[in-house]
Design a protein around this ligand. Structure first.
Ligand code: C2E
Ligand code: MG
Ligand code: MG
Ligand code: MG
Length: 277
């Protein structure tokens, strides 16, 4: 036992490390089981068009509560899943679940676009585009109501890997649109704006958080919105929590918002309720 071995300081450090390693391997093991038993959930967060004030889309967000470890947040789950390769299974689970849901909403007359987060690791699989399209075909989901959210890190790597760009174009040809998520936080390069078929810019919530406090942030966000508009992109702001933020964003010409002001991520039934209101 490490506890008996050395001085207090060293003991507590290695103890922490020990705990972290245990938690990680526990997460890996339980995640495998959860995927097998389809014990993950998908919740949906509404996106509101600022012109009409209507909910026009939702973002699918994975949720996992394990009976042994409790809630594991996506911020902890996704990086582990990416490293272990289990992200492929999470991806197929979310794609199938969300596209089935998209079809169900359509059949109820709810016209909602459904956004799904995918990581670059998933697109390293040369059959990714094919498998997405075959899932959509299987569940009868029109491709043009599905959006795929990628991050700047994804964009950076896709730039260097022609097979990823090829797959993106293949999906775009079928009507899927791409969203650049967390815009402004990564290795922003304008080159991938030319290379990649992106149609929506999603301004990261860290900018929105300081929107009311900093004039510099206001100019920055105003600039991002104008940049997006001039590139003919739809500009969406995430993490919008207050009416003041919403009004300011609207005055800049921002197209849509997502955030706790409208709703956190909720179940499919709650989305139907929110849309009707
Ligand atoms: P993201 O794609 O940028 O998603 C937005 C995150 O911000 C979500 O956290 C959402 O719950 C949170 N959020 C929404 N509105 C507000 C707000 O008004 N204020 C604040 N402070 N936060 C807000 P969540 O669900 O914990 O997901 C975290 C990240 O994990 C996501 O960031 C995404 O990158 C990743 N993720 C989630 N689900 C999936 C998935 O199915 N697949 C993959 N590959 N990644 C996922
Ligand atoms: Mg996202
Ligand atoms: Mg984001
Ligand atoms: Mg616009």
């Amino acid at each position: 036992n490490v506890r008996k071995a050395g001085g207090d300081h060293i003991v507590s450090l290695s103890n922490e490390t020990h705990k972290a390693i245990n938690r990680r391997s526990m997460i890996e093991k339980r995640l495998l089981l959860a995927l097998d038993q389809r014990n993950l959930k998908v919740l949906y967060q509404p996106q509101v068009d600022l012109q009409s004030g209507k909910i026009t889309g939702v973002e699918a967000l994975v949720r996992w509560e394990d009976e042994k470890i409790g809630v594991v947040s996506p911020d902890e789950l996704i990086p582990i899943a990416e490293e272990t390769g289990l992200i492929h299974h999470i991806g197929s689970f979310v794609i199938e679940k969300a596209s089935r849901q998209a079809v169900e909403w359509q059949s109820k007359g709810l016209n909602l676009k459904v956004s799904i987060n995918l990581s670059v690791r998933e697109f390293r699989d040369k059959n990714m585009a094919k498998s997405i399209l075959s899932t959509l075909a299987k569940v009868g989901c029109p491709a043009n109501i599905i959006q795929i959210e990628i991050t700047e890190k994804f964009a950076l790597e896709a730039e260097a890997e022609t097979s990823i760009i090829k797959q993106m174009r293949q999906l775009e040809d079928q009507g899927i649109t791409f969203v650049l998520d967390d815009f402004g936080t990564g290795y922003a390069s304008f080159r991938y704006m030319q290379l990649l078929p992106i149609e929506v810019l999603k301004i990261d919530k860290t900018f929105i958080r300081s929107l009311m406090q900093s004039e510099k942030t206001q100019r920055l966000i105003n600039g991002m919105v104008h940049f997006g508009n001039s590139m003919n992109l739809t500009v969406l702001a995430e993490g919008v929590e207050t009416e003041e933020q919403k009004e300011l964003l609207k005055s800049y010409g921002c197209d849509a918002i997502q955030g706790y002001l409208v709703s956190k991520a909720v179940s499919e039934d709650e989305i139907s309720e929110l849309v009707k209101k």
